[in-house]
Design a protein around this ligand. Structure first.
Ligand code: ZN
Length: 136
């Protein structure tokens, strides 16, 4: 069994922004030289998320609207006393911090519409996403 670990840098430009990082994940898996196994895509932050879904632009707007409706900003959260971003932390817990993707023949196994989406919840910032590929 082998393992390859690397960090992808993601520069975000808005407070709430969804960035399609699929191509960079494909590149990391390719460079790992691992043919069969799994890839873990793991954000190193507490106010971001990583999800697998369709990258269609209107759907991404719907996702942002859903987050704003479910967890409005500044709705009396206790953490806002510290740094006014409780909504971002809470949205992050809802979406999840990582995804696991099977790797076959040196590439991530993705369905036709599946994309790896990095979700910025408290940008703009420079973010880091760990990509770990395990297999042989
Ligand atoms: Zn905070």
């Amino acid at each position: 069994m082998n393992m390859a670990m690397n960090v992808i840098g993601v520069r975000t430009n808005k407070r709430l922004e969804i960035v399609d990082i699929t191509d960079r994940v494909v590149e990391e898996v390719k460079e790992s030289d691992i043919q069969n196994g799994i890839a873990v895509i793991y954000s190193l932050h507490t106010t971001t998320a990583v999800v697998l879904n369709e990258g269609e632009s209107r759907l991404l707007e719907d996702l942002e609207t859903m987050l704003e409706r479910l967890i409005p900003r500044g709705a009396g959260y206790r953490h806002d006393v510290i740094d006014s971003n409780a909504d971002a932390h809470l949205r992050a817990t809802l979406l999840g911090n990582s995804v696991v993707i099977p790797v076959s023949d040196g590439a991530p196994v993705l369905g036709t519409w599946q994309r790896v989406l990095f979700v910025e919840l408290d940008g703009p910032r420079n973010r880091r996403v760990n990509v770990t590929v395990v297999g042989e």
